[in-house]
Every structure is written in C-alpha cells, then in structure tokens.
Design a protein. Structure first.
Ligand code: C5P
Length: 222
C-alpha cells in the first residue's frame, strides 16, 4: 500500500498527540510531534532566564542551539544541545514559553526545515498548528482537530494531575485561551484550518470515536 503524509493540526489540548500516536501504531507510520520542538526552544529560553519577549536575545541563543529529534521504537525523543529533554519539555511551565517563542519567524523557519526533512520519506503523521497550511501543504490527508477550550483544559488538567503536577483548572483554561490567541493571531504561519482539511470536533467524542473517523478518512484517500 502506498504511504501518504497526514497533517493533524488544531489548538492546544485537542487530542492531536493522542490520536496521532494511536494512528501511527495502527498504520505502521511515524508520528512527529512538532510542538515538542517549540517546547525545546521554550525550555532553553526559560532555563537561561531570558524573557520570552526578548526577541534579540532569543535569536542570539537560537544560533547557538542544537535541536535534534530521534525516533526510537516509534517514540520521539528530543535533544537540546545534546541533552535528552523529552520529559523536561512537558513540564507545565514550559508551555507558555513555547507559545511565545513560536511567534518568532526565525524560530519557525528553523524548525520547519527539520520537520520537512523528517517528512520526506512519507508515512508520516505530523501534528502541530501549521502543518497542513505551511509545513506540509501537499499532505494527502489533513485533519483539524478541535474541542471547546473548557474540554481541552479539563483534559490537560487530568493529564497533568495524573503525572503528579499540582495544577489549577482555571489557570490552565486561561493559559489555553492565551495560547490559542497567540497561535491564531501571529503574523507568520498562524493557526488556521487548511482549505482542504477536515474539521473534527472532539468535544463529545471518545478517543476511539475520533480514531475511527480519521481511519475512515484515511481509507478514502488511500
Ligand atoms: O502542541 P504543544 O502544545 O506541545 O505546542 C507547544 C506550543 O508550540 C503551542 O502553544 C504553539 O504555540 C507552538 N506550536 C506552533 N506550531 C506548531 C506546533 C506547536 O506554533 N507546529
């Protein structure tokens, strides 16, 4: 069977990663989580005590930053300057930094290059905010996965709580709304539904139901 590329975009907490991982397993495809790369830059900015709106400083450190993505047994590992930061980038305080650095055009250009390189071989499910519109405009299947901010904040809350983090639902809701706004209003490659994308609202759907819908679309394309 021929291999295609699948773009899965949408706002924070819509379930993109969960669905992409399950889909990758089902299809024997590779899953690439592009948010992890923005998180790695955000982590570097945070750990160097740089303000997330200090663009000059961020550009300066970008030139001295090495980001590497390795796929091991279907799991994506992210290396920042040679250090495995796969777990660290998931800490709740990294999210807002990732969102802020992702506004910077040069940051995006640098990461998009890596992403396009990874997708060359096909058989890739890439999730993010600008995959269908900008990174892989020729992806054969494009999904825009969304849910209400309240539902997304609830999912984030449960996910972080399970990992042992002390988080506040209302703070997460505010953060999600702020990140949505950042993503939708940035000048360069904002979050938008690609013209040829299929929108799936997962607010009232289970993970299995979303997966079924995506698989149905996949078999129509293939
Ligand atoms: O997907 P995740 O929430 O881990 O992404 C972290 C941040 O990275 C998002 O809030 C978003 O601003 C940014 N991002 C982006 N473009 C992508 C993926 C993520 O701007 N393709």
């Amino acid at each position: 069977m021929k291999k295609i590329n699948i773009a899965i975009d949408g706002p924070a907490g819509a379930g993109k990663s969960t669905i992409s991982k399950l889909l990758a397993k089902r299809l024997g495809y590779i899953h690439i989580d592009t948010g992890a790369m923005y998180r790695a830059i955000g982590l570097k900015v945070l750990s160097q005590n740089i303000k997330s709106d200090d663009v000059d400083k961020i550009l300066e450190i970008l030139n001295n930053t090495e980001i590497e993505v390795k796929l091991i047994n279907g799991n994506q590992l992210v290396f920042l300057d040679g250090e495995d930061v796969t777990d660290k980038i998931r800490e709740p305080n990294v999210s807002m930094y990732a969102s802020d650095v992702s506004k910077i055009k040069e940051v995006r250009q640098r990461l998009v290059k890596i992403q396009q390189e990874l997708a060359k071989q096909k058989g890739v499910i890439m999730d993010g905010r600008d995959i269908g519109t900008h990174v892989l405009p020729d992806a054969e299947l494009k999904i825009f996965l969304t849910a209400t901010p309240e539902e997304r904040a609830k999912r984030r809350f449960l996910e972080l709580k399970e990992k042992g983090y002390e988080v506040d639902y209302y703070e997460l809701l505010d953060e999600i709304k702020q990140r949505d706004l950042n993503d939708m209003t940035r000048e360069f490659a904002p979050l938008r539904v690609a013209e040829d994308a299929v929108v799936i609202d997962s607010t009232n759907l289970t993970i299995e139901e979303v997966l079924e819908k995506v698989l149905e679309l996949f078999y129509k394309v293939i």
